[in-house]
Design a binder for this molecule. Structure first.
Ligand SMILES: [Zn+2]
Length: 481
């Protein structure tokens, strides 16, 4: 069975705020700067596990971690003109040091393409050093003027994983784009988050990129959230910074670059998408604790002592087998109150131990995702726990994909497409001829955002919803965060 998902889907904003605050993930709206939140200890552990996952995937594929200064001088940021135009309205500027005005304004980095290219220009001289793949996990700042949202739309994005790569040729950079997409697929698969990958249309590319490919997911309320992007930058930044390398044929030329990023939104999606009306259900792959142990009070002091000893013994078996666990001893709370709290924290397995378990050498296990329970012998504990954790991980992934797929529709009628979005949100795919003017018209007539078109070839035996020419592909539209 599954818990209801009424609050979760119908009042998602309230649900999300409630979970973040009461589940002690992230305190938002009380720090005295708009758009900046505080990671609390429990949320920080989740964040750390998510970071470890992506770090592992990047390290395994030859990416090297670096750390650049937070500040970028204005003249450097202005070197790539499309880039600065795209970010100008969102930059926080540092203009003073103490009481003195600075000679040049310093930007709190909104992203790091120019800063990193500046140093690459000094470090990389020859094709023999390529490919080069750097990444860093840092805060970036955007002066958001729209309504901000915890973890989703922030002025300080605290978990910005940005990768920046350098290649000899356009094709090499394109191959890197494909590798980045594969890395992100693995990453989102490991946290059970479903996605659609679209090439963003020309009018919605990353500022300074030749191509932008984006991972989007559908949130519980039906709105679409961008959770990752991959950009082919071509020679735009290397030209702007006069960054040349020696090529294979001996000539000096500009290298080709890519960049790709994910952010706090990956964590927001993992908290949100697997949830229900009791709170989130965290996938075992990133949950701060896989198991919470709760003592059930007995009638006598003696019995209570035995319960706690047995509980400690079970805890140690779990820890020895690398199953991160926590005991909730709090004598001030009833077991029922503890169940409520740990469900709200999304811990995938609960173990309850009382006098009955002590006398029968068993443990009572309850799953967070479907509320199934099992009585398991102590000897079989680790085998069973691992089986159940795997099953939860798979069940969450499957359920999330089914939810997302149920919200993707196709329509060859512009009015119907608009109605579907108005009524149930999600994503609607409409046949499209490939012309920008038709794409922009689709956006305007449906009052939605164009996500882009599938990266794989899509045969559509239909006519463009605007010009009625033969469609080349589909265009995806949605209401977005
Ligand atoms: Zn058309």
């Amino acid at each position: 069975m599954q818990l209801t998902r009424e609050k979760w889907s119908k009042n998602f904003s309230e649900w999300f705020d409630w979970v973040l605050r009461e589940g002690e993930f992230y305190d938002y709206g009380r720090y005295p700067i708009k758009g900046m939140g505080v990671w609390m200890p429990y949320g920080f552990k989740l964040r750390q596990n998510v970071i470890n996952l992506i770090r592992k995937l990047l390290d395994l594929t030859g990416h090297e971690e670096v750390l650049f200064p937070l500040l970028i001088p204005e003249d450097l940021l202005r070197r790539e003109s499309t880039h600065i135009k795209g970010f100008e309205g969102e930059v926080f500027w540092v203009t003073k040091g103490g009481d003195e005005d600075l000679d040049i304004r310093l930007a709190l980095r909104p992203t790091s393409e120019v800063a990193i290219t500046w140093m690459e220009n000094l470090w990389i001289k020859s094709y023999k050093q390529l490919p080069k793949k750097y990444y860093q996990i840092v805060s970036v700042f955007r002066y958001e003027t729209k309504a901000t949202r915890p973890m989703i739309r922030l002025r300080e994005i605290t978990t910005f994983k940005e990768a920046h790569t350098v290649h000899e040729t356009y094709e090499d950079a394109q191959k890197q784009v494909e590798e980045a997409i594969e890395i992100y697929k693995k990453f989102f698969d490991e946290i059970g988050i479903p996605y659609v990958i679209s090439e963003r249309p020309e009018w919605d590319r990353f500022a300074g990129a030749l191509h932008t490919y984006a991972f989007d997911t559908i949130m519980p309320d039906g709105r679409v959230m961008q959770i990752g992007t991959v950009h082919h930058l071509g020679q735009n930044f290397s030209k702007a910074l006069d960054f040349k390398i020696q090529k294979r044929d001996g000539s000096l030329d500009y290298p080709h670059q890519t960049s790709y990023g994910i952010s706090d939104r990956a964590i927001a999606s993992v908290i949100s998408i697997h949830g229900d009306d009791h709170g989130p259900v965290l996938p075992p792959s990133v949950s701060p604790y896989k198991v919470v142990l709760i003592p059930i009070p007995a009638k006598s002091e003696d019995e209570n002592k035995r319960v706690l000893e047995y509980l400690q013994e079970i805890y140690e078996i779990l820890i020895k087998n690398n199953i991160s666990s926590i005991i909730d001893y709090d004598p001030e709370k009833t077991p029922g109150e503890k169940y409520y709290i740990w469900e709200l924290k999304g811990v995938p397995i609960r173990i309850e131990i009382g006098p009955r378990e002590v006398s029968s050498n068993t443990v009572f296990i309850k799953r967070r995702d479907n509320l199934e329970s099992y009585k398991v012998k102590k000897d079989e504990l680790i085998i069973r726990i691992n089986e159940i954790l795997n099953d939860i991980q798979e069940n969450l992934r499957k359920r999330a994909w089914e939810f997302m797929n149920s919200k993707i529709k196709y329509s060859n009628d512009i009015n119907e497409a608009k109605k579907i979005i108005e009524k149930e949100l999600g994503i609607v795919e409409v046949p499209w001829c490939g012309k920008n003017e038709c794409g922009l018209k689709i956006e305007e007539l449906t009052d939605t955002r164009v996500l882009g078109y599938p990266i794989e070839e899509r045969r559509v035996n239909d006519k463009c919803v605007i010009c009625k020419m033969n469609a080349k592909t589909v265009l995806r539209i949605a209401k977005t965060y």
